[in-house]
Write a protein that binds this ligand. Structure first.
Ligand code: ADP
Length: 463
């Protein structure tokens, strides 16, 4: 099906609605005018008939019945200003019939259905008023008539005027409507043109916003807002790809250099073992990184779906602490658990939650110097399970705090790389917290330590 451009469709609708309205107006104006003419003529004819009626009554009462035809002739020709009258009695005898009436051959109806009738006499339209009166026990039919040719000619001229002016008016209005809709929709064409030129290469281009304060201005602003968000998302992806390739290239380059150097000359078995151990350590880090990247890719594409079930956070956090305390012990960091024995049930995925807690505990160990302290706590508050991992390590500068949950963000690049971090742990952690309808927050001051707090909504206790 062919779809017409919107401006043509608007004009067509406009034309159709206007055509119906103007036609209705034309038809009603024509009939109203005809009705008004006929009513005026009928009133006049009725008055004349009434005059004749009075004359008949007067003559009969005076006993001048024989003078009636003469009286009627005089009355008609002298007083009523016209000769269009005929009067007959019940038997069909003419009491009086003017010459014009008999020339026109106006008939005498036997029964009267309508007092006002139309008759065509010698191509002249006549309007006839039929008044039946009863005087002195005898009934008479008074018929007064009017020549309508002038009126009907005027009516015909009026109809012709309507017939010519309405289509002309319609055409002008349709042309005007088309012009207005073309003008009104011109900015849409401009928006389309600009939008067509925007691609991944020039996502920073924006649509021109017409300062009209109308729907088109709002449309341009909304599209520009969408472009802002798209550009930001696109930049994030580009940055993520660049960071990911960079992080992967570094360990590969290290492993390659180590391998090449060791192959330059013959080495002892111990030397080879050292190199292989180094390469293995790099490989472990790299596969850890690849695993994190894969996790985030699955999270982005929606394929990483946690398996929600009634989960006791107390148990999960205890398990994470068990693993974490070993790491802390290895670094001579005091590790304290402040977890009550009460169960705290939430709807969650135990392995994702364990991963989240381990990320925080692992970070606390990484960023706390030897002989520091780590404290892990869990409590119930206002329908939430609140887990906290607190350390008295290096802390995070205020400027870095809003960014630590961003992918590949490291507060102190050189230092954290040394400690083995690539800046993906907290972004994974935030995703896990949010997918559990929870939140993750950090409070920190450099040199004094950091506290990471997770709030998870508590579900009904398990049976
Ligand atoms: P990484 O793998 O580098 O630790 P994360 O996403 O887990 O990545 O953390 C992002 C950055 O936040 C870290 O590089 C570090 O600068 C900072 N950070 C995270 N946890 C702590 C902490 N407990 N103490 C100090 N800094 C931290």
């Amino acid at each position: 099906m062919i779809t017409l451009p919107i401006r043509l469709r608007l004009t067509a609708w406009y034309f159709a609605v206007l055509a119906v309205m103007l036609s209705a107006f034309g038809v009603s104006a024509y009939f109203a005018m005809r009705h008004s003419i006929r009513r005026t003529v009928d009133e006049e004819l009725q008055i004349r008939a009434e005059g004749v009626h009075q004359l008949i009554e007067r003559d009969i009462q005076r006993g001048h019945k024989d003078d009636l035809p003469e009286g009627l002739r005089e009355h008609t020709e002298l007083r009523s200003g016209g000769a269009l009258l005929q009067v007959s009695d019940d038997q069909g005898n003419w009491l009086y019939r003017s010459t014009v009436m008999s020339d026109y051959g106006v008939p005498r109806p036997t029964t009267i259905r309508n007092r006002a009738t139309e008759f065509m006499g010698k191509d002249v339209p006549l309007r006839i008023w039929n008044e039946k009166v009863s005087v002195g026990g005898q009934s008479y039919l008074i018929q007064s008539a009017f020549e309508m040719d002038d009126f009907y000619e005027a009516l015909h001229d009026f109809a012709l005027l309507l017939f010519i002016s309405i289509p002309t008016l319609l055409l002008c209005a349709a042309a005007g409507g088309y012009w207005i809709s073309t003008r009104a929709l011109a900015p849409v064409d401009q928006i389309t043109q600009t939008a067509r030129t925007i691609s991944a290469q020039n996502l920073s281009s924006r649509l021109v916003v017409p300062p009209t304060g109308d729907e088109l201005q709002r449309l341009s602003e909304t599209l520009n807002g969408m472009l802002d968000r798209l550009e930001a998302a696109f930049k994030k992806i580009t940055q993520f790809t660049a960071d990911a390739s960079h992080e992967l290239r570094t360990p590969v380059a290290v492993m390659r250099t180590r391998a090449e150097l060791s192959l330059r000359k013959a080495r002892s078995a111990d030397e080879y073992r050292d190199v292989i151990a180094e390469v293995l350590a790099e490989l472990e880090k790299t596969s850890g990184l690849i695993e994190q990247l894969m996790f985030l890719a699955r999270a982005d594409s929606g394929t990483e779906t946690p398996h929600f079930a009634a989960t006791n956070v107390t148990d999960v956090l205890r398990e994470a602490c068990h693993q974490g305390s070993a790491l802390a012990e290895a670094k001579q960091i005091a590790f304290e658990e402040k977890i009550s024995t009460d169960s705290l049930w939430i709807q969650g995925d135990a392995s994702s939650l364990r991963r989240l807690f381990l990320i925080l505990i692992d970070n606390a160990v990484k960023y706390t110097p030897a002989s520091g302290q780590i404290e892990v706590s869990l409590q119930r508050n206002n329908g939430f399970a609140i887990a906290e991992v607190r350390d008295n390590g290096i802390g995070i500068a205020e400027a870095d705090l809003p960014n630590v949950f961003e992918r590949f963000y490291r507060a102190d690049k050189a230092r954290t790389r040394e400690l083995g971090g690539v800046g993906l742990g907290l972004s994974i952690g935030r995703w896990i917290a949010e997918v559990h309808a929870g939140t993750i927050e950090v409070h920190s001051s450099p040199g004094h330590g950091s506290t990471f707090q997770i709030r998870l909504p508590i579900a009904k206790p398990a049976a």
